[in-house]
Design a protein around this ligand. Structure first.
Ligand code: MTE
Ligand code: MO
Length: 333
């Protein structure tokens, strides 16, 4: 019996690790191609977690009889959070892009998953400490038997079949739903976390770059370029628009390894210098000047990258020799 418990527990742990890793990876990638496989792994591991739920309930029934109250509370909270994470993930996939009681399914999903991750660590530590100083092996070599192999195969196949059968709405490879393409007014104003929308007077706006300051007229005097590109927010929506402005390659930037784009709010992202040609400092969307909410007077358009790279209210563009990866993988503000 202990063998079976360990097998189920380790499978659950592996699924949680796969689901967490693929979740963060899906936020990091913007390309349709690579995200498709990542999102598939994410969805299948989430559904597989649900499939193992009845087995885990049986295991928990034994353990809970002898458990102290803190172990019980953490155990129940963990179950509730994992179920909420999977449920909000399904809600995002099936329900389309809409909020419930002021929250997007994706916000519930990330919030519940983060809390579950913390509790999972506590859950495992408490469990191990009961046997202190002899730590319990998560798995013994004899656990890797035929039954375990069949179990893994069954859960993987079942999860994949269910994931394929679930009637997902029309979605992008990243899992995002389409919103307001070609109609910029319908695009939600979105911040990564808590950035306020600054009111910037276009006449007073300046771009600090390459040791000088450009105003909007100076920017307009440079060669203009239009691109049709998809803004794909990790909140779960995407929109395709016609953006126009000045390519970063037209700004006369000095040589260096990376380009740092900074907002009036302090929000910033760093890009490899070679990307200057594809990055656009946009002043217009759909033929009209950018609104304040959407980053006016000027925002970055970073085709192929997720929304959090599209810095709004840009006031500085700097080049230096720091490598582009020397920054938090996700913005911290
Ligand atoms: N300065 C600043 N720029 C930002 C953000 C932010 O919080 N601050 N959020 C980013 C995120 S997460 C997205 S999805 C897009 C949203 O752009 P929109 O408001 O025009 O839809 O802006 C990006 N640019
Ligand atoms: Mo976003």
């Amino acid at each position: 019996m202990d063998r079976w418990k360990r097998q189920v527990n380790v499978m659950l742990l592996a699924l949680l690790v796969i689901a967490t890793a693929s979740g963060w990876l899906s936020f990091a990638t913007g390309s349709e191609h690579s995200s498709k496989i990542i999102i598939a792994a994410h969805g299948v591991s989430g559904i597989a977690l649900l499939m193992l739920f009845p087995a885990k309930v049986r295991i928990a029934k034994w353990g809970l009889r002898s458990a102290g109250w803190s172990r019980k509370v953490i155990g129940f909270a963990l179950v509730a959070l994992v179920l909420s994470t999977v449920a909000s993930g399904l809600l995002h996939g099936l329900g389309g892009w809409r909020s419930y009681v002021g929250l997007l399914p994706m916000q519930m999903h990330v919030g519940a998953a983060t809390a579950a991750g913390l509790l999972l660590v506590a859950h495992i530590l408490i469990h191990q400490r009961i046997r202190w100083p002899r730590w319990r092996p998560l798995l013994r070599s004899t656990d890797l038997d035929r039954r375990a192999a069949l179990g893994v195969a069954g859960v993987a196949a079942g999860g994949a079949a269910l994931w394929l059968a679930v009637p997902g709405r029309q979605r992008r490879g990243t899992g995002s739903h389409e919103v307001g393409s070609g109609a910029p007014d319908q695009v939600p104003v979105t911040q990564w976390l808590f950035d306020p929308v600054p009111r910037i007077d276009p006449a007073g706006w300046r771009l600090r770059t390459a040791g000088r300051e450009l105003d909007l007229a100076a920017l307009a005097a440079r060669p203009q370029r239009g691109v049709r590109a998809v803004l794909d927010c990790t909140g779960g929506w995407y929109t395709e628009q016609d953006w126009a402005g000045v390519s970063l390659a037209e700004l006369g930037l000095p040589a260096g390894r990376s380009i740092e784009v900074t907002s009036a709010t302090g929000y910033r992202r760093r890009f490899p210098a070679a990307e200057a040609r594809t990055l656009l400092l946009a002043t217009h969307v759909g033929g009209r000047p950018l609104s304040a909410g959407h980053g006016g007077p000027a925002r970055l358009v970073a085709p192929g990258r997720r929304g959090f790279w599209w810095v709004k209210w840009v006031t500085a563009i700097d080049v230096d020799d720091a490598p582009a990866w020397r920054q938090p993988p996700f913005p911290l503000s």
